[in-house]
Write a protein that binds this ligand. Structure first.
Ligand code: DGL
Length: 274
């Protein structure tokens, strides 16, 4: 009989940003195995309609599952989580699905002292309102201001993390939010690409602002779920990680290393179509 505890965890992102979530997972749960799919052919999702995001997300999840069974799906993309989480749960009733919005909201509510949070995310995530709702559920009194920062995605995918241009773009998007007395004390990086710009953003908004993202809290949620469901691997050895991209694997290798925090090798990444 198959031991489901030994199956890998499937992760999906519209591009490479979700590798920040994979990084947190491999640090917290190093003995689990992972299969990561980046839909680099269709990035960005964040400027697309809800219907299109749902369709792409379902296709990507199907691809992950077709490649072999997974014991859990992690949607390592805020945009895909905010638009497609219910559709995914419906389409894959036998597989637990973990998104990144609730864990992100938890990280922000934990960090804020004044109850004033700026959510920076893609256009689709901000307009869908999923973060605003998830934060309100945890802390109904929290004041949340959302800002779509569309250009952060290509900057991060290009590996531009610092410098005049990056700080200029950060200032243009969020500078005004941090001018007055009522400035937020917490920034929630509500897109898996944005942790790469943390340094530049911190310089632009100045001291006294916590910058949090959903990577650690998502890893925490996966850990808790696996333990509660009896699905944690019994292995004591480091698990395997398999990468798939839908376009330009050479680019995935080059920039993916920045998100993952370790050198990726060409032979680790497979080109797939969805
Ligand atoms: N990584 C995606 C997210 O977390 C955004 C990138 C995109 O626009 O596709 O929202």
């Amino acid at each position: 009989m198959q031991d489901n505890r030994l199956l890998p965890i499937g992760l999906f992102d519209s591009g490479m940003g979700g590798l920040t979530v994979l990084r947190a997972l491999t640090e917290r749960l190093p003995c689990e195995s992972y299969r990561f799919l980046g839909d680099t052919a269709r990035l960005p999702y964040g400027t697309k309609s809800r219907e299109t995001i749902i369709q792409y997300t379902l296709n990507a999840a199907r691809k992950l599952v077709e490649q072999g069974e997974v014991k859990m799906l992690v949607i390592a993309c805020n945009t895909a989580t905010s638009a497609a989480l219910p559709s995914l749960c419906e389409a894959f009733p036998g597989i637990p699905v973990q998104g990144v919005i609730k864990p992100g909201a938890k990280a922000a509510v934990r960090a804020t002292k004044k109850g004033c949070i700026a959510v920076l995310a893609t256009e689709a995530t901000i307009h869908g309102g999923a973060y605003q709702r998830a934060i309100a559920e945890l802390d109904p009194k929290a004041r949340v201001v959302g800002r779509a920062c569309t250009l952060f995605v290509p900057l991060a995918e290009e590996g531009w993390m610092e410098g005049e241009v990056v700080e200029g773009v950060c200032r243009r998007y969020v500078g005004d939010l941090f001018e007055g007395e009522s400035r937020p004390d917490t920034i929630l990086l509500g897109c898996t690409h944005f942790p790469l710009l943390k340094g530049a953003l911190a310089r632009v908004v100045g001291p006294g602002v916590s910058l949090v993202d959903s990577a650690q809290t998502t890893a925490e949620a996966v850990d808790e779920y696996l333990a509660a469901a009896g699905l944690a691997t019994p292995s004591k050895e480091r698990g395997s990680v398999r990468f798939m991209a839908t376009d330009n694997t050479a680019r995935f290798v080059r920039t993916g290393s920045l998100f993952l925090g370790r050198e990726l090798k060409e032979e680790e990444v497979e080109l797939v179509d969805i």
